[in-house]
Design a protein around this ligand. Structure first.
Ligand code: PHE
Length: 368
């Protein structure tokens, strides 16, 4: 473009015609007001404020005006652009505020909605039963005691009055820990925790000892080399077998339901004297042995279910653990968790309990 044209009259330049500028402003304001979305407003901005907009073109013409005309034309175009710019900013703010308010409503996240999750796993029923059993005894005021799974042979056998030539100490029953003569075994029952507890605490003792135990059985439908027991031990003044019976009745009623009771059947264990097998009246047939005329499958028709062993703590065990048998007596019992679980839930095959398939565990209700 050459220098200013002194002959130039702004009113004659179409783009600078006041009426044309007013029209451009009106067009712009109308389109801005009509914009209902930020995208529409962006189009209005390009059309009326962009490089090719009428007002930008008019602005460009000013440079070519004679100096005398520049000021007035500049003022007119400047004011026009100012009004358009102002309207754009205002509408922009309104539309942004509307959008923000709408997002708050439309995109509200309801944190209480349950979304379908991919289940990662389920609590194992052995854990669930163990915890229920622990809760029952803790509710009676007992404490939980624990011992190691690799146990001193002395605590697993000798202190429990199990003689060196006792068949249970044979290799076909017990996992001995290398090297031979280490004096260590994988505990074959939770009874060594009895001895540990008596060595560590003074009576009165009311403890429940849950844990894993090991025997050299092959895995089949009813056996597993690793299983779980819980051991109960009470040592106090004046404890009798009646306390044992009352405790077991209270326990089975809480685990299997009201009305269930136990019976004690004479038996032999080296660490208890007298000793008894614990039977529980069948909670399925109520002890009749039949169900709708057919033999009850849970108890095999006997009306009773064998739960575990029990007895009064043998005085030799009390003495080995430093408890005065002249002052204290005690009872102990040991029950298998897998066995209770199989009976309680009609699990026919031990493999299901051992294999850890989540589809099995999930049936017991606690998904994680
Ligand atoms: N320890 C015995 C077993 O594993 C069970 C038992 C515990 C028996 C306590 C009597 C007293 O078979």
């Amino acid at each position: 473009m050459s220098g200013p044209n002194t002959q130039y009259d702004p009113v004659e330049v179409a783009a600078l015609d006041p009426a044309a500028i007013d029209r451009a402003v009106e067009d712009a304001l109308a389109q801005i007001a009509a914009a209902t979305t930020l995208d529409q407003l962006k189009a209005a901005r390009t059309a009326h404020q962009g490089e090719k907009s009428p007002l930008a073109l008019a602005n460009r013409e000013i440079g070519a005006l004679p100096p005398s005309a520049k000021a007035e034309a500049g003022k007119r175009v400047g004011q026009a652009r100012g009004r358009v710019g102002h309207a754009l900013r205002e509408r922009q703010e309104e539309l942004e505020a509307e959008r923000d308010a709408r997002i708050l409503v439309e995109e509200t996240v309801d944190l209480t909605v349950r979304v379908p999750r991919r289940p990662l796993g389920a609590r194992h029923p052995v854990s669930l039963v163990s915890e229920r059993v622990e809760d029952i005894f803790v509710a009676m005021g007992w404490e939980i005691a624990e011992g190691p799974e690799i146990e001193a042979e002395w605590l697993n056998f000798d202190a429990l009055n199990i003689a060196a030539d006792h068949p249970a100490r044979q290799e076909q029953d017990t996992f001995f820990v290398d090297p031979p003569g280490s004096g260590l075994v994988l505990r074959t029952h939770t009874s060594p925790v009895q001895v540990r507890t008596m060595l560590e605490r003074r009576p009165p003792i009311y403890v429940l000892c849950p844990g894993k135990v090991f025997r050299t059985d092959d895995l089949d439908a009813t056996h597993t080399p690793v299983f779980h027991q819980f051991e109960g031990l009470v040592v106090d003044e004046g404890i009798t077998m009646a306390h044992l019976k009352g405790t077991l009745d209270a326990f089975v009623q809480r685990l299997f339901g009201a009305g269930v009771e136990t019976r004690l059947r004479p038996n032999y264990f080296p660490f208890t004297e007298p000793s008894a097998e614990i039977d529980c009246r069948c909670w399925v047939c109520g002890g009749s042995g039949t169900l709708g005329g057919v033999r009850c499958r849970t108890c095999g028709g006997t009306g009773w279910i064998e739960l575990g062993g029990s007895g009064m703590v043998n005085q030799r065990v009390l003495r080995a653990a430093g408890v005065d048998p002249g002052r204290y007596t005690g009872f102990a019992f040991g029950l298998g968790i897998e066995r209770s679980l199989m009976l309680r839930h009609n699990v026919a095959d031990m493999h299901d309990i051992v294999e850890g398939d989540v589809r099995f565990s999930r049936q017991f209700g606690m998904e994680i």
